[in-house]
Design a protein around this ligand. Structure first.
Ligand SMILES: C[S@@+](CC[C@H](N)C(=O)[O-])C[C@H]1O[C@@H](n2cnc3c(N)ncnc32)[C@H](O)[C@@H]1O
Length: 315
C-alpha cells in the first residue's frame, strides 16, 4: 500500500497519519478526558457511545518515528482505570480509502464495539447517528484538518440526544486557529459562514478590530490590537484567532444551547501564537469538571517523557 502525502507506514505495516507534536498534545487531552468520562460512566453504570467524525487511520506517526494511537483507537481503549466503563460503541467516519483500511485493521480487535464507516461525515452522519441510541450519553470528536466542520453538522449532533435532564451529546472540536488569518480574506467568507452557521461573525470581528481611542477600554473580546504604520488598527494574528474562537464558542452556547463551552488554547511554549484551540461543549457539570482538570492539572507527558514544549491556556 502506498501512503498518501500526509501518511507514512506505521510499524504494523498499515498507513499512519503523519502527526506533529501538536497532534500528540491533542490526543493526550482526548485520552485523559475519556479516562475521566468513562470512569464517571462506570460509577453510574451507564452505557456510552463515541463518534469520531474525522477519524484518520487509527495511528499517528511523528517525524521522529514515534507512534501514537489515533483518536478512535484511544476512544476504544478508554479508560485506563479499572473501575471505568469502556464505550459500548465507537463509530468512526473516514473518507480516505487507505486511512479507512488502516483504521479498519486497527480496530478489528475491538469486535463489534468498533464501527468504522467509509465516506464523508456529511454523507454518513445519519447512518452513524443511527448507531447511537438517542437516550444514551455520547461524546463526539470533530477533528478536521482545516475550516472543514460545518455548523449544520454540529447542530445535528446537538439535536441527537433526548435526555430528561436536557443533556446533549458532548462535543470536542478542533478549531484551526492558525488558519484564521488566511480565512479572514473576503474570498473565504462563505466558507467561514458555513463553519459559523451565520454571517454574524463578520460584524463582530469588525467590532473587535475597530481602532481603539486612547482612553477606551479593551474591546469586548479583550483583544489586544496592533496599530499599523498607517495609523489603522487591526487585529494581531493572535488576537484574531482568540476573537474568532470566542465568537464560535459563544454561538455554541447561545444557539446550540450548551451549558458549558470551554475553549482551550494549545500553544508552543514561549510562543504567543495559538497552534489550535480545542472547543469543548457539555451540559454536564461532571464533564466540565473533568475537562477543567485535564486542562489545568493533567500531567503533560508524551510517551512517558515530560512535555514542556506545549502550554494549555484557558481563554
Ligand atoms: C486531522 S485528521 C484526523 C486525525 C484523527 N482524529 C486522530 O487524531 O487520530 C483528519 C482526517 O479527516 C479525514 N477527512 C477530511 N474530511 C473529511 C470528511 N468530510 N469526512 C470524513 N473524513 C474526512 C481526513 O482524510 C483525515 O484522515
Amino acid at each position: 500500500m502506498t501512503p498518501g502525502d500526509a501518511d507514512a507506514l506505521g510499524s504494523d505495516g498499515h498507513v499512519a497519519y503523519t502527526a506533529s507534536t501538536a497532534t500528540m498534545r491533542k490526543l493526550r487531552i482526548l485520552e485523559r478526558y475519556l479516562d475521566g468520562y468513562a470512569t464517571v460512566m462506570g460509577n453510574f453504570n451507564l452505557d456510552w457511545y463515541a463518534l469520531d467524525l474525522f477519524a484518520g487511520s487509527g495511528r499517528n506517526r511523528s517525524a521522529d518515528g514515534s507512534e501514537i494511537d489515533g483518536s478512535s483507537v484511544l476512544a476504544l481503549r478508554a479508560p485506563a482505570f479499572r473501575n471505568g466503563r469502556p464505550a459500548k460503541r465507537v463509530v468512526s467516519i473516514e473518507r480516505h480509502r487507505d486511512r479507512f483500511a488502516a483504521l479498519q485493521a486497527r480496530t478489528e480487535e475491538f469486535g463489534p464495539r468498533a464501527l468504522p464507516i467509509l465516506g464523508t461525515h456529511e454523507s454518513k452522519l445519519v447512518a452513524a447517528l443511527a448507531q447511537i441510541p438517542r437516550t444514551s450519553p455520547s461524546f463526539a470528536l470533530i477533528d478536521p484538518e482545516g475550516f472543514d466542520a460545518p455548523w449544520t453538522t454540529l447542530r445535528e449532533l446537538a439535536e441527537h440526544r433526548i435526555s430528561r435532564r436536557g443533556l446533549k451529546m458532548e462535543l470536542l472540536i478542533l478549531f484551526p486557529s492558525k488558519s484564521v488569518v488566511r480565512v479572514m480574506a473576503p474570498e473565504h467568507r462563505e466558507l467561514v459562514n458555513a463553519v459559523y452557521g451565520s454571517d454574524e461573525w463578520q460584524a463582530l470581528i469588525e467590532q473587535a478590530a475597530r481602532p481603539i481611542h486612547a482612553a477606551e477600554q479593551l474591546d469586548i473580546f479583550g483583544a489586544v490590537q496592533e496599530v499599523s504604520t498607517k495609523g489603522e488598527a487591526r487585529l494581531s494574528p493572535e488576537a484574531a484567532a482568540d476573537a474568532f474562537v470566542r465568537i464560535y464558542a459563544q454561538r455554541i452556547c447561545d444557539v446550540l444551547r450548551y451549558k458549558h463551552v470551554k475553549p482551550i488554547a494549545v500553544k508552543k511554549a514561549g510562543s504567543p501564537a495559538t497552534t489550535y484551540h480545542l472547543v469543548f461543549a457539555t451540559d454536564n457539570d461532571a464533564g466540565r469538571n473533568i475537562m477543567n482538570w485535564v486542562a489545568q492539572k493533567a500531567p503533560t507527558e508524551i510517551h512517558g517523557r515530560p512535555d514542556s514544549d506545549w502550554t494549555l491556556d484557558e481563554l
